[in-house]
Design a protein around this ligand. Structure first.
Ligand code: URP
Ligand code: ZN
Ligand code: ZN
Length: 460
């Protein structure tokens, strides 16, 4: 039976309109004012906004961090439930091969993790952690398999490649019109500084951000953009966290480069003082790039407001405090890097962005959904409420308030970096391809997620 969402305000990245929306099967079939109920089942959404399902373009729902085979606390089952219950209907997860593995085998492994377990729709960025003729030949194969975006690293010894290899990969990706995102930090400098601090007995979480200062990120961003300029490839910068990096982006754009910038909620609402918490609490915030200064935070908000930052995703990569983060009690460099966040992004950005009058709701729709869909070849199947699109809809109640808490979260991890944060606005119900899958922040219909096949060119 079709479903009629009646009395709500439909929001896009451009505007908002009072429209009823009818869903049938998996798609939106009709939109208009005062639509007749007919045979449809009605959800009265008066007082609510209808937002296109949010897309998180940066998750590590399952990641082995390469240090002593430590796996993330969440997996596809738990992470996708946490995502969709709060409004994220699609994730682009980082499929990460082990050394020596083919991209094809990695894709099969990620399909195995996600298929039948995911409660939201999903696709992957394929990580390229080594470069050789076999991997080069697989770039086209990935695009043919619906994976149009790739990820590389300039830091982490188990993941990073050389600049020349990045350059070669860029040229191959450009041949087929794919998208590349890179983790920008100078890995050699990070290693040097870790060795220095540890040798001096400076081993608490306080030293984590000192091994990765803003220059470590900005240098890598600048180098990445110069290499991209040589390769003539539009590129994405993931989890950009500093004012200096944003300045490097401005310079590249001034010389005519197409650069996409992603930041994450943690860089917008948390800051570096948290590394100095008592009882090793600072370990909870160990991620890379690290949390930054209030000056960086202000520069990032300015970028979000002005539009120099394109998207906000989470870099969700959850490790428990007890038993995982605590492995680094006597050496911060052993603390697994990453923080949970796939569940909290919509409420945080609404509260600290929209309700705080920093950004409009239209801008939030762009940052969390529409512009991500356009960048990653998901649009107009995803990222918009219009006739013919997937019926991924968040019924957003602007009046609902809450408090984020580890005790009540759906993420399968023993803490949240946002514990005690008060929120304003929340998803009242969530539709995934026409089925109501969540209500009042809880799952009512799980494991309905499906792989989204992406095609280059389907993104304008
Ligand atoms: O600390 C982080 N961000 N861990 C996840 C992997 C990455 O760097 O994106
Ligand atoms: Zn990264
Ligand atoms: Zn990441």
């Amino acid at each position: 039976m079709s479903i009629l969402l009646k009395g709500g305000v439909v929001v896009s990245a451009k505007d908002r309109r009072q429209l009823d929306v009818r869903l049938d099967g998996e798609t939106i079939i009709e939109m208009g004012t005062n639509l007749a109920i007919g045979e449809s089942e009605v959800e009265d959404v008066t007082g609510c906004f209808l937002l296109p399902g949010f897309i998180d373009a940066h998750t590590h729902l399952e990641l082995n961090n390469g240090k002593g085979s430590m796996g993330t606390a969440d997996n596809f089952y738990t992470g996708s439930k946490a995502a969709v219950a709060k409004g994220t209907t699609t994730v682009i997860d980082m499929a990460t091969p082990s050394k020596g593995s083919s991209l094809k085998d990695c894709l099969a492994a990620w399909d195995h993790l996600a298929e039948g377990n995911s409660s939201c729709d999903y696709t992957y960025h394929m990580s390229i952690i080594e470069w050789n003729p076999e991997i080069k030949a697989e770039i086209k194969a990935m695009i043919d398999a619906g994976i149009t975006s790739f990820k590389m690293y300039m830091a982490y010894d188990n993941l990073r490649t050389k600049d020349a290899e990045i350059f070669e990969a860029m040229q191959e990706i450009r041949t087929f019109g794919g998208m590349l995102g890179i983790h920008c930090e100078n890995g050699d400098m990070v290693n040097e500084m870790i060795a220095k601090f540890v040798a001096e007995g400076k081993v608490s979480p306080h030293y984590h951000p000192l091994t990765r200062p803003d220059s470590v990120e900005a240098e890598a961003v600048e180098r990445y953009l110069m290499i991209a300029d040589l390769a003539d490839l539009p590129v994405n910068i993931v989890h950009l966290s500093t004012k200096r990096s944003l300045e490097a982006v401005h310079r590249a754009r001034e010389r005519g480069q197409k650069v996409y910038v992603e930041t994450c909620p943690q860089y917008l609402v948390l800051d570096e003082h948290l590394y100095d918490g008592p009882d090793f609490e600072g370990a909870k915030y160990v991620c890379s790039p690290p949390l930054r200064s209030l000056e960086d935070q202000a520069a990032l908000w300015a970028g979000v407001i002005e539009g120099t930052i394109d998207t906000i995703s989470t870099d969700h990569c959850s490790f428990n405090f007890e038993g995982q983060k605590t492995i680094g009690r006597t050496d911060f460099s052993k603390i697994p890097n990453g923080m949970p966040g796939v569940e909290t992004r919509p409420e945080l950005i609404y509260t600290y962005g929209v309700a705080a009058n920093k950004i409009t709701l239209e801008r939030m729709v762009g940052l969390l959904s529409e512009d991500i869909a356009k960048q990653f070849a998901l649009y107009p199947q995803k990222g918009v409420i219009q006739q013919g699109s997937d019926a991924d809809i968040v019924v957003w109640d602007p009046e609902k308030s809450g408090v984020i808490s580890a005790a009540t979260q759906l993420q399968n991890v023993d803490y949240t970096p946002y514990d005690g944060f008060e929120t304003k606005g929340a998803a009242r119900s969530v539709y995934l391809r026409g089925q109501k899958v969540a209500e009042e922040g809880q799952m009512i219909n799980e494991k309905k997620g499906r792989f989204v096949f992406r095609t280059i060119g389907q993104n304008k």
